[in-house]
Design a protein around this ligand. Structure first.
Ligand code: DNO
Length: 345
């Protein structure tokens, strides 16, 4: 297992030299954040990123994410050019020796929360989600009212996208996903890049949009569409763990047993009602994720890839990007390493 940490590039308030000081963290998870969605990532830009991380004494272990253009998810005729450009970015990753790509296939919205700073009894703040609160969000004014870091859309653009998705139900989305996988995975396989789809977060439909990567059955289905080792998943304990019906260790054993877990996101959640949860400190006893059981299953299935502490709370007065402060994630990284040491020794 390689312990990694997400870094948002030069705009991240947390510099690489601080990440380097977290015990045991050797890998960085990052991306090129200013390339328009759909464009191919220039090789020279990716090379610069690799060099910057390298100069800090760390290794770029994962690209998270190259976003998938909505036209691909919608199956529009423009998708062929966009898929080619996606494959070109993957090719550049391979040429530079970046081994893992984390991406997602969620319509319009990436991870979604209804509260970015829910005050906890200890005075820290955590990200939270409540389906009832989500249903009260008015999207007729664009993404302005949406808490989170979702791509910002004005009312007209968002309205048009939501209308276009009326034609795309879950099965159609699967077809469009298959079309993408059939063209990109073989390229990834040939250049030595492992593709690791991130499960939908939360793992159920939101705003009437389909969400398909929500459980172990979906992992199984997608990895069989193109049955190559490069076609794998990001096992995210927090995303999958938001649904009590997901048996996390069983999912790890099934998909990990086939060698398809290429990346692990470890985070804890506390269920507070039906489709309602808040994020919790990483150790098992603070939430509903049995982190010990998850890591044990990862170990038993031979997991040797990158792992990162996922979202942390804001503690010790830290301010910054919701979910991505330094302190609580650093505590998560050391906790996860302790657990791993206890399991593997
Ligand atoms: C949230 C992240 C996700 C993830 C993407 C991968 O904090 O886990 O935004 O990066 O879904 O494409």
């Amino acid at each position: 297992m390689i312990m990694t940490f997400r870094w948002f590039g030069a705009d991240d308030p947390i510099p690489l030299k601080h990440i380097r000081q977290i015990p045991g963290v050797t890998g960085v998870v990052s991306a090129l954040y200013d390339i328009p969605v759909g464009d191919a990532w220039p090789r020279a830009r990716l090379e610069r990123l690799v060099a910057d991380v390298d100069e800090a004494g760390l290794t770029l272990s994962v690209v998270e994410s190259i976003p998938v253009h909505e036209d691909i998810k919608l199956g529009r005729p423009t998708r062929d050019r966009l898929v080619d450009q996606y494959a070109e970015s993957v090719q550049h990753m391979g040429e530079l020796g970046i081994p893992v790509l984390c991406y997602n296939f969620m319509p319009i919205f990436d991870w979604t929360r209804t509260d970015l700073a829910m005050v906890q009894p200890d005075g820290s703040t955590a990200l939270a989600y409540d389906d009832a609160a989500l249903s009260r969000i008015d999207l007729s004014r664009g993404t302005g009212d949406l808490p989170g870091w979702a791509t910002a859309y004005d009312a007209t653009t968002l309205g048009a996208l939501l209308a276009a998705y009326k034609e795309v139900d879950a099965e159609r989305l699967w077809e469009n996903f298959a079309y993408f996988l059939e063209r990109v995975v073989p390229v990834a396989q040939s250049v030595g890049v492992k593709m690791a789809i991130h499960p939908d977060d939360p793992p159920w439909p939101i705003f009437g949009l389909p969400r398909i990567i929500t459980d172990g059955a979906a992992f199984d289905r997608l990895t069989r569409i193109v049955d190559l080792p490069a076609n794998g998943v990001t096992f995210c304990s927090g995303s999958l763990g938001a649904a009590p019906s997901n048996d996390l260790p069983a999912i790890v054993r099934s998909i990990g047993g086939r060698g398809r877990i290429h990346f692990a996101h470890c985070r804890n959640v506390k269920w507070t009602g039906d489709r309602r949860f808040n994020e919790a400190p990483h150790p098992s006893r603070f939430g509903d994720v049995d982190m010990h059981a998850v890591l044990k299953a990862l170990h038993e299935t031979g997991f040797s890839g990158p792992m990162r502490p996922d979202h942390g709370r804001m503690i010790w007065g830290e301010t910054g990007r919701p979910g991505y402060g330094l302190y609580d994630r650093a505590l998560g990284a050391t906790y996860l390493q302790g657990l791993w040491e206890g399991i593997t020794r």
